[in-house]
Write a protein that binds this ligand. Structure first.
Ligand SMILES: [Zn+2]
Ligand SMILES: [Zn+2]
Ligand SMILES: [Zn+2]
Length: 440
């Protein structure tokens, strides 16, 4: 590949830009076809989620059997000595503290990532990466936009940072810490597997340059701890590189609320202007005398509340799985009086219900919900959506598990068609799915 050796901070075929309206962003300087790799980017810093501990290597995020445990804490797991050695500069921040604090060791994932960034900053003076377009210090922060609730959350995180990490870190002053937390909140990536299951969190400065659109031109996937950016639309020189920061299932108003709350901007992409999918997304049942607008907007409010309530109960472990399932069924019944089965608030609760069924190993229940989700998902998400491929993958794997092979293979094939574009044909996930299908 050609490298722009003379210019520091560049990747062939891509250019960083700054505009008065959009701020900074990334554009292509040559054509890219659907499925083509724009660039891949190693993590500046990353951390494996606590719940993945034991199933994945803490260093390379490989999911496999027979990982070896750290002899000191007996918690962190590794492929081999090489991975363990590679991880030690970061793992040592936590190894002895986890033993010392025992059950009380509970920093948030953000705090764990911040600790690693601080350690990394100390280890290497920054301007060394000649191929980096954006340096970690240049990441955007929105400190001045944060409300009290957010600030309180960060203060609690900072207290935990001092409590669990001060032995190993020189802490910067308070203002700098607040800024770093804000940078991580706006620029951090959730590393997800092929089923969109959260594996960890990471910082990819170059990917953080990419602006948002509800009609993204590229998609980010993960290969180990690296991120890969591939085109999901044919691009011509000068086109902006755009990813989606959020779940695109929801109608325009919901998407922009989410963008304002988390990223402090309102989207003005074509989909946000035309709202072309909003009617399909909030589809109501067909009746001879149509519903009053008031009835529909009340039900939308009910749907949003149900989503919030469900999330709250899950996050705080306030309900048993059977209670969660009942909650889903109840709200589906309530909404079903007004909403069509393809309405996104219905789909959201069906998705949650499917997750609970999978957790409870109720294959029939999971299949029942999964089947209902697929068609509307394919229609409401943009083409080559990971939400759609992961749904085909989940359903396909359940079918294979209960020996419904032909249905399984057919679902896995649909997943592959999307993943070959999003993940690239040589991704380990693709090989794994082919193996599951009984192909080479
Ligand atoms: Zn490893
Ligand atoms: Zn350890
Ligand atoms: Zn938009």
């Amino acid at each position: 590949c050609m490298k722009d050796g003379a210019m520091t901070g560049s990747i062939a075929g891509l250019k960083r830009f700054t505009s008065p309206v959009k701020g900074r962003g990334l554009q292509v300087t040559r054509p890219f076809k659907v499925g083509e790799l724009l660039f891949s980017s190693p993590a500046y810093s990353c951390v494996l989620s606590v719940k993945e501990r034991g199933s994945c290597c803490e260093f390379c995020f490989s999911r496999k059997e027979g990982l070896a445990r750290c002899g000191k804490c007996r918690k962190a797991c590794y492929c081999d000595l090489k991975c363990q050695k590679g991880d030690w500069p970061m793992h040592k921040l936590e190894c002895s503290a986890m033993t010392a604090f025992g059950e009380n060791w509970c920093p948030s994932e953000t705090t764990r990532l911040v600790a690693r960034i601080l350690a990394k900053k100390k280890m290497q003076k920054e301007p060394s990466a000649s191929e980096k377009m954006l340096l970690i210090g240049e990441l955007q922060s929105h400190l001045e936009d944060e409300d009290n609730e957010k600030r309180e959350g960060t203060e609690a995180d900072i207290a935990a940072l001092y409590r669990f990490y001060s032995k190993h870190l020189e802490m910067p002053d308070h203002k700098d810490l607040l800024t770093l937390y804000s940078q991580v909140a706006c620029n951090g990536f959730t590393v997800e597997d092929d089923e969109l299951f959260q594996m960890g969190a990471a910082i990819y400065p170059d990917v953080a340059l990419i602006n948002h659109s509800c009609l993204p031109s590229v998609i980010v996937t993960y290969n180990g701890t690296s991120s890969e950016v591939r085109a999901v639309q044919n691009m011509k020189p000068g086109d902006e590189v755009l990813i989606s920061y959020i779940d695109l299932l929801y109608p325009t108003e919901d998407r922009n609320k989410r963008l304002r709350e988390s990223y402090y901007f309102t989207c003005d992409c074509n989909e946000c202007k035309t709202k072309s999918k909003d009617n399909a997304k909030v589809k109501v049942r067909k009746r001879s005398d149509p519903f009053e607008p008031q009835v529909i907007s009340n039900m939308v409010r009910y749907g949003r509340n149900s989503i919030r309530e469900f999330r709250f109960k899950c996050l705080n472990s306030l309900a048993r799985p059977s209670e969660l399932l009942e909650m889903c069924e109840q709200s589906l019944e309530e909404m079903g009086a007004v909403f069509d089965d393809s309405n996104v608030y219905m789909l959201h609760m069906m998705y949650q219900a499917m997750g609970v069924c999978i957790y409870m190993q109720d294959a029939d229940g999971a299949i029942r919900y999964g089947k209902k989700l697929l068609k509307p998902y394919s229609k409401l998400y943009p083409p080559y959506s990971l939400n759609v491929s992961s749904m085909y993958l989940k359903l396909g794997r359940i079918y294979m598990n209960v020996e419904r092979r032909s249905e399984g293979v057919s679902a896995l094939k649909k997943a592959l068609a999307i993943m070959e574009v999003a993940h690239g044909k040589d991704h380990p996930y693709i090989k794994e799915v082919r193996r599951e299908m009984g192909q080479k």
